[in-house]
Design a protein around this ligand. Structure first.
Ligand code: HEC
Ligand code: HEC
Length: 282
């Protein structure tokens, strides 16, 4: 990544932050890999029912990136979805999940982001139609959907389950793709992880609950292998958005963390697949 020169030793915080970065899946949205974009200098088009979004430049560039941000500003963006100038972020930036991350993880993450190469390149503006172009409308949406506050440990469960719950809910935001949404784009908590169609795409994020229509037949080891290598128990490999999640995210986690995710998924109440079969010819 750093070319011919040996990298300066990363600070311990930045090194831990690199791991948080992988678990958090930031790369996929903030880097336009297919378009040959530089790392974290701005992402590819994100299609939603409300318009097209482009994740901004989050390199340490002082003008176009977040190089001038204080720790407090970064924490406010990640945990409250509020920009340094007071703008409310659209929830396509999954701060609703990151809000649950620990302060330590988020500050380590910031240390890592400060260590990547700055890219002096403006972010692309979103293409969002009225009325969703009115950022203030995010306000009422937040009142209904945004639960402030950190992730909470469940003392009735063991440490492995709790780690899995933290990764899935806070850092890795698996539910953002695998949980269906209503017409306002709010996650349907009653069908948490029961599967969803990816907006504007043909791909489906399958039901991850242990129902017969979900992962009932998958062992813990099957889930771990899928997250490590992208391989499916019945053969084949994970593609679509999940290919990216594995490549830049779950494949870089420790075996213990992947197992914690599997333990958590196996513990979910079984729910019927929320994805209606596609009608008509494909
Ligand atoms: C699903 C896509 C997605 C993922 C994953 C994602 N982001 Fe973003 N991010 C966005 C979008 C879109 C915006 C712009 C939101 C807006 O303009 O309202 C954004 C905005 C931001 C901002 C505000 C930047 C600014 O200039 O105001 C920061 C900081 C940020 N993201 C950091 C992160 C980090 C760190 C991660 C990983 C832990 C991450 N993002 C993961 C889509 C994403
Ligand atoms: C950006 C959206 C997105 C995110 C985030 C995401 N997934 Fe997925 N996931 C998908 C899609 C799409 C597929 C289907 C891939 C395919 O068909 O090749 C999938 C497939 C899977 C499968 C295979 C299920 C099956 O029945 O074949 C597993 C297991 C899985 N994801 C687990 C996870 C876990 C655990 C996380 C969080 C660490 C996660 N996913 C985060 C979109 C996502």
């Amino acid at each position: 990544m750093v070319g011919a020169w040996p990298a300066l030793a990363e600070s311990p915080a930045a090194e831990r932050g690199r791991y948080v970065f992988a678990a958090g899946g930031c790369h996929a949205c903030h880097t336009d890999e297919a378009g040959g974009g530089r790392p974290l200098a701005g992402g590819p088009e994100l299609t939603t029912p409300f318009g097209k979004f482009f994740a901004p430049n989050i390199t340490p560039d002082p003008a176009y990136g977040i190089g001038r941000w204080s720790d407090a500003q970064f924490l406010r963006a990640m945990r409250e979805g509020i920009a340094p100038d007071g703008r409310l972020y659209y929830p396509v930036f999954p701060y609703t999940a990151y809000a649950k991350a620990s302060e330590r993880d988020l500050l380590d993450l910031k240390a890592y982001l400060s260590s990547v190469q700055a890219v002096s390149q403006p972010s692309r503006p979103h293409q969002v139609a009225f009325p969703f172009s009115i950022r203030l409308l995010v306000g009422p949406w937040r009142l209904l959907n945004f639960e402030r506050g950190a992730w909470r440990l469940d003392p009735a469960r063991d440490a492995v389950w709790n780690r899995g719950s933290y990764l899935v809910k806070a850092l890795s935001h698996c539910g953002e793709c695998h949980t269906p949404r209503d017409s306002l784009g709010s996650l349907d908590r009653g069908r948490w992880m029961a599967g969803a169609r990816m907006p504007g795409r043909r791909s489906v994020a399958p039901n991850l609950t242990p129902d017969a229509s979900g992962l009932a037949d998958w062992s813990e080891a099957d889930i771990v292998a899928a997250l490590a290598f992208g391989t499916l128990p019945q053969g084949g490999v994970l593609g679509e958005e999940m290919g990216e999640v594995v490549r830049h995210g779950t494949s870089k986690l420790t075996h213990d963390d992947r197992r914690a995710i599997a333990v958590y998924l196996k513990s979910l109440p079984p729910r019927l697949n929320a994805v209606a079969p596609m009608t008509g010819a494909r």
